[in-house]
Every structure is written in C-alpha cells, then in structure tokens.
Design a binder for this molecule. Structure first.
Ligand SMILES: Cc1cc2nc3c(=O)[nH]c(=O)nc-3n(C[C@H](O)[C@H](O)[C@H](O)COP(=O)(O)OP(=O)(O)OC[C@H]3O[C@@H](n4cnc5c(N)ncnc54)[C@H](O)[C@@H]3O)c2cc1C
Length: 524
C-alpha cells in the first residue's frame, strides 16, 4: 500500500525511515540505500539540508548557516572518501588561506592552507616562542591522531584519555606566555559555538589539523551539496518527502515500528503512518526523546538529563547582498574580528565575516557580492520576549563594528537580512537554536555524549546532538557509524548497544544530579 502526499506516492512499508535531512540524515540515508535498503527520508522543511540549506532574495543565494566544509573535497580523507564512494557530484572549492584573524594591535593573520607554511609563519611572528610552538604542535599532532581513534573510530586509548579533560585555553596557557600568540591560536574557536575555555582541546585538535588536508566550500552553495545528497538517495531508490514533520515515533514491544507524520503545507494538514523496522532520527535529540518518543519509552530521567546539559550557543547571522564593493577589500575583511585577547570576548564582541562569492561569484547577480556576518549570542529562547527588539539591538551592534571594518558599506547594500536564535530553531528544530548540538566541552564528549543507539531497539540517532559531536565532519561520522551498525546487523550493532550502556553508566548518576541542579536553577 502507498500513501499519496502532495500528489506523490510513498510506500507505507519501508526498510528504514530517516527523520530529518541534515547532513547526518542525508548521508546515513544514502549509506543505507547503498546497502540495499528501501529508505524513506522525511523532512519537515521545504528544503533539504537543515543548517546546510540556503535561501534566495533579489537574485542573491544566501547560505543559511554552514560554510566551512573541512576534508570533503579530498577523497583520501575519512569523510571525503565517503562522499567519493557514494558518487556525490558536488564540486569543492579549496580555501587558501583557510581563515583570517583580526586581533587588536596585530596585523591580520591569514592561515595558509599548507601546514609547513603555517608553522613557519607562527614562528616568524613569535620567534621567542618558537620552541614552545614546536612542542605545542607535537602534542596537537598526537591529540589529532589519538583523538581520531578515540572519538571517530571508537578505539579507547590511554593517550586520548590523558588529553580528553583539557580545554583549548588550558593547553594554550600550559604552553605559551605571549597572550597575542594564544589569541591567534584560539581565534577561530567560536566556530565550536562556545568559549575556548569550555571547548575540548582533544576534539578541537582533530578539526584544527584537518584544515591542512583541505578546507572547502561547495560550488553553488551549501544547498547544492544537500541537494546532491538528496539526488544520491533517489538514485539509490530512496524516497524523500518534504514539508512533512514526524510527530511520533511508533514503538511496539520495545522495538521501533515506524513513525506518524503530519503534512505541514498551507492546506489542511493530513496524518499518515509509515512503517519500518528501523528508524534513524537526525532531528534534535530533546525533540526526539521528549516529543517524538515520549518518556514512557525512555524514562523521565533521560529527558531531564538532556535538558540539564549545556547546548552550544546559537549563532546570529546577518546576510548582505552588496553591489559594487571592491572584492579585494572584502577579502581582506574576511575572518574573525576580536576586540581583546580574552577568551570571553568570543561571546561578547567577536564576529566573523564570510564572503561566499569569493568562491562562487555566480551566487550573486553580476557585479554583486554576498557578505555574511556570524556572531555567537549567549541566550536561551525563553529569555527573549521581544524578538524584534532583540534583533534591532544586535543588528545595531554588528553594523557599528562592520562600518569600522568596511567604511561606506551602507552605500553598497542591496539586501540586508538577519537571523536570530529563533530563526535557527524555527527552521531546523534545533533546541535553543543551538549551533552544533551539545557544547563540545570535555565532560560532554566521548561516552558522556548522547549515544547513537537508544533504549528502544532499532531506533538510532545521527547528527550533532549525538556521538561523536558537532560540525559537518563529526555528523558524517555519526551517519557512517549508524549505517554500518544497521547494515552489519551483527558485531557493530552490538558495539552500538554497548556504546549506549557506556553512555548510560557514565551519565546515570550524573544525570539525576545535573537535572536537579538545573531544576534548582530554574526555581531560583
Ligand atoms: C551559523 C552556523 C554556522 C555553522 N558553520 C559551520 C561550518 O562552517 N562548518 C561546520 O562543520 N559546521 C558548521 N556549523 C554546524 C553544522 O552546520 C551542524 O553541526 C550540522 O550541519 C548539523 O547537521 P545535522 O545532521 O545534525 O542536522 P541539522 O542541520 O540540525 O538538521 C536537522 C534536520 O532535521 C529536520 N527535522 C527536525 N525535526 C523534524 C521532524 N519532527 N520531522 C521531520 N524533520 C525534522 C530539520 O528540519 C532539519 O532539516 C554551523 C552551524 C551554524 C548554525
């Protein structure tokens, strides 16, 4: 039997259902379909991609959020190889420099794409710390290798265990004296959606060094990448239904049995049930456990535990469509702008400028450019009562700084839009509008991060709220891990089950105390 949704037929019975079309959901769906399963992917939005989607205004194509895609254009890397093997046709534009940092009383620091050049540049700028730079990067290399084994491959090792408790800021303090050098080495840390003194050194090491294997932008925008993954799925016989939200995960005798969905178009909403012996949720984990599964299947403790964890901060965005700006001036302005060397500045004044038309000019009309500003905003959704006033205030602060960096920019603006934490939540369902799921702090990673397996048999999680963590590379790893477990239906599935028990053992004591601490905070 088939259901007809928006004029198209979708089989009621499937081998696997994937909820959500973030990159985690799309890659997992592709891998399952490649493994021979009949996959149905259900997305509530009209576009695929979650945080990797775009929108169009006045001929400008704007990325809604993500723009750095480490490794994906390099088929010799872990995640680049997954896309290559799946035949995903996205064209990747390599970035060089990888990033640019603007710090007080220092010239702009452009990070070369070549690691040797980067190291030489750091030593040229800070000769008195040359020996410490060598020692730091020797440790960082170890952290990168053992971190990959630990977080991405699930191989427990002593070196990673030694390093996992440190934050970025702690390690920088341990190795260096010069506050300017420390500032250069943590300048891009806001991309973790948190503070450098809260973010794991070990987890960060993996991304920091992966940039030198290639950092990329997808030609044609993030949406092109998401849509290419969607095409890969349909090529493999998978079905995609959009504008349709899952509102219940169905469970029979402790095993997942399907989902109930509701169409979300303007006309009267319709309800359908789709069946499958396997369900993978790429939706936010609080939403998955609390709203879609319900405490009767996971226990009240799990929901309270999740609500007690620290999410990453939401990222405020301003999108500008510009006409007639000098591309060289825009290029020079790209990167992170700090107003002090204090790690706390990451959530106060730091903002980032990105100019996607440098990598693909066709995303704007001829003679025009796109400029995107990102800024972490430390807030919880329930704290803001007047979103219009909130946006006006943040816009004002960003514009004030932007006018100093790019004098006369106002004369070039064709379109200007902004997106708050609420926008992120509204379009992707990410709890608190969080940028990368739970904060990548030492105590929220490894076995303490939400497991990919769940207490319900054959229900799995992929994406940035689950193991190994947030960001494009980790969510692809989560997808690969879950797809492998499902397709092997043997040893790796047992590994995921033990991962759940390890998570349960790690947090069950902590869960209740963390939940009661939060309850106390709320009462206060
Ligand atoms: C501003 C910003 C900039 C970023 N920049 C970068 C960057 O440069 N590099 C990087 O690596 N990372 C970046 N990130 C982080 C990165 O985008 C995310 O970690 C990653 O995209 C999350 O992917 P995901 O698979 O977890 O799914 P998400 O992108 O969170 O998507 C989840 C999907 O599930 C759907 N969904 C939710 N509930 C339901 C339901 N009930 N029924 C059906 N569908 C549902 C949503 O609509 C959404 O499409 C950035 C994030 C933000 C916000």
């Amino acid at each position: 039997m088939a259901h007809v949704i928006f004029g198209r037929e979708y089989p009621e019975q499937n081998d696997a259902i994937v909820i959500g079309s973030g990159i985690g959901g799309l890659v997992c769906a592709n891998l399952l379909a490649e493994g021979g399963m009949k996959v149905l992917l259900i997305e509530r939005h009209s576009m695929l991609g979650g945080f990797c989607s775009t929108f169009r205004r006045k001929g400008f194509l704007f990325d809604a959020a993500t723009h750095f895609y480490p490794l994906l254009g390099n088929p010799t890397t872990l995640t680049g190889k997954i896309l290559h093997d799946l035949g995903i046709e996205t064209e990747w534009v390599k970035m060089d420099p990888v990033d640019r940092f603007h710090l007080p009383n220092l010239p702009a620091f452009a990070v070369p794409a070549d690691f040797g050049e980067y190291l030489t540049k750091l030593k040229d700028w800070f000769p008195e710390e040359a020996a410490a730079i060598d020692r730091y990067f020797a440790e960082l290399r170890q952290a990168y290798l053992y971190g990959l084994l630990y977080y991405f491959k699930g191989v427990d090792n002593e070196q990673a265990r030694k390093l996992e408790r440190f934050t970025i800021a702690q390690k920088l303090d341990e190795h260096f004296h010069d506050p300017r050098l420390k500032a250069v080495l943590m300048a891009d840390a806001p991309h973790w959606g948190s503070l450098p003194n809260r973010t794991s050194f070990l987890f960060d090491a993996m991304l920091r060094l992966s940039y030198f294997l290639g950092n990329y932008y997808p030609r044609g925008s993030s949406q092109k990448f998401a849509d290419d993954l969607g095409r890969g799925l349909t090529r493999r016989g998978g079905k995609i239904v959009k504008c349709t939200g899952v509102d219940r995960i169905l469970v029979e005798n402790g095993k997942v049995s399907g989902v109930r969905v509701r169409t979300l178009a303007r006309r009267a909403s319709q309800e359908f049930v789709f069946k499958a012996p396997i369900v993978v949720s790429n939706a936010d984990s609080v939403h998955t456990y609390r709203d879609l599964l319900g405490e009767e299947h996971c226990g009240r403790w799990m929901i309270e535990y999740l609500e007690s964890l620290t999410p990453t901060y939401p990222c405020y965005l301003m999108h500008f469509g510009l006409r007639g700006m000098d591309p060289k001036v825009l290029e020079a302005a790209e990167g992170y702008h700090w107003s002090s060397y204090d790690p706390g500045d990451a959530i106060r004044n730091v903002f980032k400028i990105f100019v996607p038309t440098r990598f693909d000019p066709e995303m704007a009309p001829p003679g025009c450019q796109i400029l995107i500003v990102q800024k972490l905003t430390p807030l919880r959704l329930e704290e803001v009562t007047d979103w219009a006033a909130h946006k006006a205030e943040i816009d004002r602060r960003i514009l004030e700084r932007l006018r100093q960096v790019l004098p006369g920019i106002d004369d070039h603006v064709v379109v200007r839009l902004s997106a708050s934490a609420w926008t992120s939540f509204h379009y992707t369902n990410n709890w608190q509008g969080a940028m990368l799921g739970w904060e990548m702090s030492p105590e929220q990673l490894g076995s303490a991060r939400l497991a990919n397996a769940t207490p319900v048999e054959n229900l799995y999680l992929v994406g940035h709220w689950t193991q190994p963590g947030g960001g494009i590379t980790p969510v692809i790893i989560s997808a690969q891990r879950v797809a492998r477990a499902i397709l092997s239906a043997g040893k790796t599935q047992a590994d995921l089950a033990s991962q759940y028990f390890a998570f349960h053992a790690t947090v069950s004591g902590r869960g209740r105390s963390a939940a009661s601490t939060r309850a106390e905070r709320v009462r206060e």
